[in-house]
Design a protein around this ligand. Structure first.
Ligand SMILES: [Zn+2]
Length: 354
């Protein structure tokens, strides 16, 4: 018997098993049509039992569901079930009173909306906003302070100590800097006008949809937003340092909308534009991936090029910018930090693979 016919026989066996289990499900779900039940059964079998070491589109869907439920998944939805994804799953299980097995059980899958008809209708939680009718000021602590600090960081204002939820002198001076930038009275207090201006940054941020970290590890990066650069310029991105030749990934589904070759400053560079108009700028590439050209449609995690040092730099790195809605850049640091995957060199699931 040839290998191919053995393989065929194996596939037939799997198909039979799927049909049998869908028949079993049909009994319990009663009125559902056979076709619906079969679809569900295939879904259930691809989700239930997922655990560390798996790489599949089902893993990607689970990661997307976790992200939608507000769980941080380092690396984003890359289709790889590694230690970070396991931790994220455990966090979700713990939060929801489920057994923290780190394996995608049927109950966990249901709670994530991966099973059953409600999956596609699941709406993401509305983004948190600063309460515009309450003044936030020095001496306060808690969630509102954290939101103020997060908005300041996205607005590109340095908040020493980060978003720690404590409104101390550093946060006060950051608020003043923001107020000066926006032409507001520099009170150092988050009054309604300041809260409104800060909330605008959350609106911008909600259009920044990053599903996959852009660089293959190992790598490293710091917050260098608005650090001085040659010719009186300021830095409008984040520099992710990695070895020459490490892969660069599309952070989400989108279209390559611009390519620059050998520019004196940015070297080989490209723009990836999402359907909502937000674009991501990748600079200093060593090479573009085969087939990458203006108009190319790419999907999240797809290899689009490699890390290099083309243009005005001597260090191999990715210069990465985020332009919400296609407008002015915002500080990309908090966005890349949220899905930091610099410790992983594992390549995300590539398009066309299951
Ligand atoms: Zn840079």
């Amino acid at each position: 018997m040839s290998t191919q016919s053995q393989l065929k026989k194996y596939i037939v066996k799997i198909t039979i098993a799927a049909v049998v289990s869908s028949a079993g499900l049909m009994v319990t779900t009663g009125t559902a049509s056979a076709a619906t039940v079969e679809t569900k059964s295939v879904q259930a079998s691809s989700f239930v039992g997922l655990r560390i070491g798996t790489r599949s589109s089902a893993v990607r869907e689970m990661q997307l569901a976790l992200i939608q439920k507000g769980i941080t998944v380092p690396g984003g939805a890359d289709g790889i079930f590694g230690p970070a994804t396991e931790t994220a799953l455990k966090t979700f299980q713990k939060k929801n009173g489920l057994r923290t097995s780190g394996t995608l059980t049927r109950r966990t899958a249901r709670k994530l909306g991966l099973l059953g008809p409600s999956q596609s209708q699941a709406t993401p939680a509305a983004p948190a906003r600063i309460n515009e009718s309450k003044v936030v000021a020095i001496g306060q602590t808690g969630e509102q302070v954290k939101l103020v600090q997060s908005a300041l960081i996205i607005a590109g204002i340095h908040v020493s100590g980060g978003a720690d939820g404590v409104f101390g002198p550093a946060t006060q001076s950051a608020v003043k800097t923001f107020q000066a930038k926006k032409g507001l009275a520099q009170t150092g207090k988050v009054d309604s006008a300041t809260a409104k201006a800060l909330n605008n940054y959350f609106d911008l941020a909600s259009t920044v949809d990053m599903k996959v970290f852009p660089v293959q590890g190992n790598c490293g990066f710091d917050d260098t937003w608005h650090a001085p650069r040659s010719g009186g310029r300021v830095h409008e991105g984040v520099d992710i340092i990695a070895n020459s030749g490490n892969y660069l990934y599309a952070v989400n589904d989108g279209t390559i909308s611009k390519i620059t070759v050998d520019h004196w400053l940015s070297g080989n560079a490209l723009r990836l534009t999402l359907d909502n108009g937000t674009y991501f700028y990748y600079g200093h590439l060593r090479e573009f991936a085969p087939g990458i050209a203006v108009g190319t449609r790419v999907s999240a995690g797809q290899i689009i090029g490699t890390v290099g040092d083309t243009g005005e730099t001597t260090v191999n790195h990715l210069h990465f910018e985020i332009h919400p809605g296609g407008g002015d850049p915002v500080n990309p640091y908090p966005f890349v930090k949220a899905i930091d995957n610099c410790k992983s060199s594992v390549v995300p699931l590539q398009p066309g693979l299951k």
